[in-house]
Write a protein that binds this ligand. Sequence first.
Ligand code: GLC
Length: 543
Amino acid sequence: MSWWRDAVCYEIHPRSFADSDGDGTGDLRGAALRLPHVRRLGADAVWITPFYPSPLADGGYDIADHRAVAPDLGTLDDFDALASTAHALGLKVIVDLVPNHTSDAHPWFREALAAGPGPGRARGRYLFRAGRGRDGEEPPNDWRSAFGGPAWTRVPDGEWYLHLHAPEQPDLDWRDAEVRADFEDTLRFWLDHGVDGFRVDVAHALFKAAGLPDAGPGQHRDPARNHLMPYYDQEELHPLYRGWRALLDRHPAVPGAVAPEDRVLVAEAAVFEPARLARYIRQDEMQQAFNFAFLEAPWDAPALRGVVDGSLAATAAEGAPVTWVLSSHDAVRPPTRYGSLLRARSAALLMLALPGAAYLYQGEELGLPQAWVPDDRIRDPLWPRSGHRDRGRDGARVPVPWSGDRPPYGFSSAAPSETWLPQPDGWGALTAEAQQGDPGSTFALYRAALRLRRTRPAPGHGSLVWHSQARASYLAFERAGLACVVNLGPDPLPLERTGLRGRPVLTSAEGDGTVPAAREALAPDTALWLLTDDMEGDGRAPH
Ligand code: GLC
């Protein structure tokens, strides 16, 4: 069976993970030193978000050179050392590929600006157009940036260029042969540096509908309609991804890394219609696509059940697993999003019991809440572009607390005021060190869940059986001898009601980690795992 079908991958945002040189910014050497934590947790792989040279207009997703390491994060040798440390620990390595746009500091964009208006090689790599209106003073169409404001910026010579994100992130023209060839070189470059796969950033956006037609009102308001937008989910994406898959499958093996046919492509595609999303993971395309519908679902049993059923059915039709996710560098941390740490812990047990793969984000295993970042320290472009209404994503990106009882919590040797984002006071009990030996900690919960999950592989779709009704206020299901019950209702839930019989092995309840007996009712917002084929030690066993 391919490793990625039920793998747990741990997302590392290197600037916030661990700082080895005391400059207040995490780096690749720091990440390598902290990999044993990821191994102890029990993950199968790490995904490292962009560590490439960047002016940081969008947290490193504005890349000036796709085949190099940002000087403040280290060197290529540091990357090689990180990859080999990961491999030695049994962790696969996935890196980000950001093909939709470059930084405005990329040599291509500089060349394009210098080249002047009109058709030509330099501007042909991007989407430069004349404006509308009498003197071209209006943007070429009505497209809106995902970060707010128009998706077009006018350059001094009068032409406009497209940027679906920040103005510092000009979109590439994926119909341009040189652009395509260059990204194939980038794939080969990182494969030769030992990576096991790529997470493909905004994988739904690379091609724009021919003629760049207007999108109409309500853009970005209803994600369920994303696939209908002329700048998203275009048909030409699929042959492109088939080509990349073939490249990964055929590129020569690299010592330490997985075999070519085991390399993985994971789509970050903001496509919410399950059948449309499943098209990215057809047999000869990518292997995984983040299930953002699950992350976005409210704390509501029928809503979550609907997402699980819809996602499993759509991916089953393609023979692919679902890739579940609750957290990332872009999302509000689960305890804050769901309103309590207990719910976040329960959501984790729900996710990790589902068949398929899962991605965790650094600090999720510590139960970190969203941090408050003061106005004058916010780096996220969403803040200015939303007219200072949306504080953006920095609250999920503050440096990880490793040890100690005050900032910088072992993250860095820099002064607390010098970490690139400030850490809150009062996180002493949340550090990795504080949680390590505590059987009731969130770290212990994730670790136990990952260990149990490994003994009950459920790589695919057909293995889930519901023990709750679609409209019930709780979720109960079983797969591969592992059952999960989550009580999302306001009242205690007697387990008899689910009809599930088994040995309770793990609870999300806060406390000392002691697992309740099966006859105890499940408190609101709590989840329980049971082994249904191993009933030792509980009076309810039929044998
Ligand atoms: C992805 C990244 C996000 C970034 C955006 C633009 O959504 O996860 O952080 O801002 O792409 O590159």
